[in-house]
Design a protein around this ligand. Structure first.
Ligand SMILES: Cc1ncc(COP(=O)(O)O)c(C=O)c1O
Length: 371
C-alpha cells in the first residue's frame, strides 16, 4: 500500500511522503453541540474573554486600506524589543506561538533526535515532533499536576535537542516556580535548548512565577527561549500572532525555516496597538483572577477541587466525556482532556463576566452532583 492509498480520495500514484497518513490532526475545542434554544457559553478553547481591545480594533480598521501591501513584521519586533529592553535580534514574531513551535521543531528535530516535555501538556509539542519524525519523550506530571522537573532532567539523553516547559501548563493550569525553573535550567546539559511556553503568562499574578525573558533571555542565557502569544489576554486568537524572545542565534535559526510574510499585516497592526495598552491588559488579568477565584470558590463549596493560575481551571471528574456532555446539555461547552491523555479531567476557560454569570452556577451544580 502506498501513502496515497491511506489518505481518502488521494489519486493513486501521487508521491505523498511516507508517514503523512499517520500524522495526528489537531482537534480544536468544541463550539457546537448544545441543544437548540439553550444559551451557549463556550469555555472550551482558552480564548481571551473580552475580545480585542478597542485600540486593536481601531488599528485593524485603519489597516484595511493597506492590505494590498505585503506585511512588514519588523515594526512589531522593534516595538516588543523596545518595550522589554532587548535588542531586535533577540525577538521574532510568527503566525501564533503554535507556528513558532513548528519553526523550532523544523530547526532542531529530525529522525534520531529527541524532545522532552511533560504530559499532559500542550499538544503542539507532540504534533510538531511527529512531523519531524523525531522521538518524543513524555514525562508524566507529578501527582499535584505540576511538571516533574527531576524526571524531565533524568529523561534527557545525548540525543535530546529540545525540552519544553509549559508555564503555566495547558491543560492543568499549574506552574513551575522561579526557584524550581532555575535549578532545572542550571542543570541542563550544554546541547539542550529549553523552550518555555508562556502563552498564559500575563494572567499569572503569583509572586514566585518566573519571568523567563528577564531572568534568562535578557540575562544572556545562551540556550533558553520564551514563547508568547497575542491569542490569549490580547483577545486576538483569530489573527494568529505570537512572538519569541531568545538568544540571537536561535532567532536566526528559526527565521531561516519560516515562510516569507508569515504574519499578516492585519495581525501585526492589531498586535502593535494591543501591546501598548498596558493598563487595560493589567485590568484584564485582575478581572480574570477575580472571576477564576469566584468559580474556584463555588466549585469548592460544591465539593469539587480545581487547579489553575491562568484563564482556565482544571477539574478532576469521574468521566471527562460524561461531564462534558452533561454540561453541554445545559449550554456550557468545556474541554474534556481525553486528547491530552487524561480521561478524568476537564478544562474550563474563564469567560467574561456575562459568560460566568450564566455558566458558573451551572458548572458548580452539574459537577457538584458528581457528573
Ligand atoms: C500553552 C500554549 N502554547 C501555545 C499556544 C498557541 O498559541 P497561538 O494561538 O499563539 O498559536 C496555546 C494555545 O492554546 C497554548 O495553550
Amino acid at each position: 500500500m502506498t501513502e496515497s492509498d491511506r489518505i481518502p480520495g488521494a489519486p493513486s500514484g501521487v508521491l505523498l511522503r511516507p508517514g503523512v497518513a499517520d500524522l495526528a490532526v489537531y482537534v480544536p475545542g468544541a463550539s457546537t453541540g448544545v441543544p437548540e434554544g439553550v444559551p451557549i457559553v463556550k469555555l472550551s478553547s482558552n480564548e481571551g474573554a473580552e475580545g480585542p481591545l478597542p485600540a486593536a480594533r481601531a488599528a485593524l480598521e485603519a489597516e484595511a486600506g493597506e492590505l494590498y501591501r505585503y506585511p512588514d513584521s519588523q515594526p512589531l519586533v522593534r516595538a516588543i524589543a523596545e518595550r522589554r529592553g532587548l535588542p531586535e535580534e533577540m525577538v521574532t514574531v510568527g503566525p501564533g506561538a503554535d507556528m513558532l513551535i513548528q519553526y523550532i521543531a523544523s530547526a532542531f528535530l529530525e529522525p534520531g533526535r529527541e524532545v522532552v516535555y511533560a504530559w499532559p501538556s500542550f499538544v503542539s509539542y507532540a504534533l510538531t515532533a511527529q512531523k519531524q519524525s523525531a522521538h518524543a519523550t513524555t514525562v508524566p506530571l507529578r501527582g499535584d499536576d505540576v511538571h516533574d522537573l527531576d524526571a524531565m532532567r533524568a529523561a534527557i539523553t545525548e540525543r535530546t535537542a529540545l525540552v519544553y516547559v509549559c508555564n503555566p501548563n495547558n491543560p492543568t493550569g499549574t506552574y513551575v516556580s522561579r526557584d524550581a525553573l532555575r535549578a532545572f535550567v542550571d542543570d541542563l546539559p550544554e546541547h539542550v535548548v529549553c523552550v518555555v511556553d508562556e502563552a498564559y503568562a500575563e494572567y499569572v499574578l503569583e509572586d514566585d512565577y518566573p519571568d523567563v525573558l528577564e531572568e534568562y533571555v535578557k540575562a544572556g542565557h545562551p540556550r533558553v527561549a520564551v514563547l508568547h502569544t497575542f491569542s490569549k489576554i490580547h483577545g486576538l486568537a483569530g489573527l494568529r500572532v505570537g512572538w519569541m524572545a531568545a538568544p540571537a542565534w536561535l532567532v536566526d535559526a528559526s527565521v531561516r525555516v519560516r515562510g516569507p510574510f508569515d504574519v499578516t499585516s492585519a495581525g501585526l497592526a492589531a498586535a502593535m496597538a494591543s501591546i501598548a495598552e498596558e493598563d487595560a491588559l493589567r485590568e484584564r488579568a485582575e478581572a480574570n483572577a477575580r472571576r477564576r477565584e469566584s468559580l474556584r470558590a463555588r466549585l469548592a463549596a460544591a465539593g469539587v477541587e480545581s487547579t489553575g493560575v491562568a484563564n482556565f481551571l482544571t477539574v478532576r471528574v469521574p468521566d471527562a466525556q460524561a461531564a462534558t456532555a452533561a454540561l453541554m446539555r445545559r449550554g456550557v461547552i468545556v474541554r474534556p482532556l481525553n486528547a491530552f491523555g487524561s480521561p478524568t479531567q476537564i478544562r474550563i476557560t474563564i469567560g467574561s463576566d456575562a459568560d460566568m454569570a450564566i455558566a458558573a452556577p451551572i458548572i458548580a451544580e452539574v459537577l457538584g452532583a458528581g457528573a
